[in-house]
Design a protein around this ligand. Sequence first.
Ligand code: ZN
Length: 436
Amino acid sequence: MSSLAEPIVDVGHEMHALIAELFPICRSITGDGLRETLRLLQRHVPLEIVEVASGSRVLDWTVPKEWNIRDAWIANSKGERVVDFRDSNLHVVSYSVPVRAAMSLAELRPRLHTIPEHPDWIPYRTSYYAESWGFCLSQRALDALPDDTYEVCIDSSLAPGYLTYGEYVLDGTTDDEVLVSCHCCHPSLANDNLSGIAVAVELARQLKTRADELRYTYRFLFIPGTIGSITWLARNREAASRIRHGLVLSCLGDAGLLTYKRSRRGDALVDRAAQHVLERLFASDRVRDFVPYGYDERQYCSPGFNLAVGCLTRTPNSEYPEYHTSADDLELVRAESLAESLAACERILEVLEHDAVYLNLSPCGEPQLGRRGLYPSGGGHSSLPNYDMALLWVLSFSDGSHSLLDIAERAELEFGVVRRAAADLAEHQLLRLASA
Ligand code: ZN
């Protein structure tokens, strides 16, 4: 685990650069923009790209037709493009059916979406499951349109094809799994979708460098929202049954405080780990109970699966004004926030990897730590704050019924120092794993 004291901003800039590279691509829940995104991620993580045919039954859903778009515009009677997909892929309602028509402004008006309270921003709209079409533009651009006859073109296709997702499995020493899932179905939106992708990619890269130390097998999913997790769950019941803990990652690049949304279970280890890490290391008390809307945790936590999967964000979806607008751009997402979000993920995984119940092997009276070079301070590990206290807490509560996280919470110490103390006590034969 990288220490928070280390310079971690460089990795934040790398994540920001990846977001900038992905930003222009027109993604949707299917299609070539999604494929291009996943292929680009393969340069960083050896993920497998999975294609599932349109029409496939997945749980209570059906994989939709594949949508692709080449161009779209609204042109005035002089032939000038007044709305142009090439300027922003948000201009077209995602999944718009192909259109070629000449219309008056009054006829066109119901197809035009704006945000009156933010007159310079373009909204992000979709119409995945009802065949429709439309354009999004700033209120200012709409207000500037005179009465005229407009030529409307959406050069798209909606046809049988595939739903595409990316999957990367990093084998640990057990078959028990940790799931890390992020959606990658939004076009040019930086915080909502790209920040989660960038943090997941960097997390995968870092875990890969120490795969031989990992207790859990890690499964990373890069999927279109809702239909992607439903498709994965439908096709992977066996793997789903091995998921012990999981995180959905999204909205991790803005300047807001970290926020954790608990799994539906509410008291899973990942829920306690995330709360511990946010409160003790990131000064955030924003831990919330599960609600059945949000991102793909809705599917992972549906009662038939009820997986221990929570959702980590900074400012949650729909709680920042730029959400689902053109203002969710490369400036909203900051390298420092991305780096801090990555560090939070690593610290949560540290708890999952290392939480365990130990037994004190010298429980009658305190063992003499000084004789063993463990206490008082002076050794290599004692530079960790509260290390001496952690030794005493771990010895006192390692009675076979308290885990290291239980002890850290009760002692109000960071999990990292408690874990270090336990490892040192075990090395000196004062402690052993209760279940080993
Ligand atoms: Zn979204």
